[in-house]
Write a protein that binds this ligand. Sequence first.
Ligand code: 5GP
Ligand code: MG
Length: 167
Amino acid sequence: MTADEQVDTGPLLDALTEGAKQWLDAHDGHRPLLVGIHTGGAWVAEELHHRLGLDEPLGTLDISFYRDDFSRIGVHPQVKPSHLPVTVEDRPILLVDDVLQTGRTVRAALNEIFDYGRPASVALAVLVDRPGRELPIAAEVAGARWDLPAQRQVKLDGPDPLTLTLH
Ligand code: 5GP
Ligand code: MG
């Protein structure tokens, strides 16, 4: 058994912010949009939004109804409204989540985004990228890429302050 471990989010958020800034610079002039996935991803997106001093409002997505594996992971969906404040049509989107593992959450988020319209492109930014992909999904931007064994869990608490615990 491994003891719980408190992780300093500072360096992770710095790396994530730097990567997000590069993505924003590369899409400058095309109305890039940040969209966070409830709940941890929305917290991380808000932090990025603040650090990058963006004017454009953030979008948030709740993907509870879109996940394809609730029975498998034993989650009881708690639906919160999605909120995309502006059109996604023809815009580059940076989708933000706290942890990427199987990729099923991101797959569900893509479905929901495309219900709103057709973006120019979608890239993914996560605070922690870990192994275990079950779909062809990758994070273009990551705060950290940790080769965690399957039995370890990353837990983000927030929103202020954002804290990470490794269980
Ligand atoms: P995935 O759908 O990629 O398997 O899981 C990612 C989602 O599960 C994220 O939205 C995240 O909020 C949540 N999550 C948080 N910590 C962990 C973790 O340690 N492992 C996994 N699989 N998911 C986590
Ligand atoms: Mg989540």
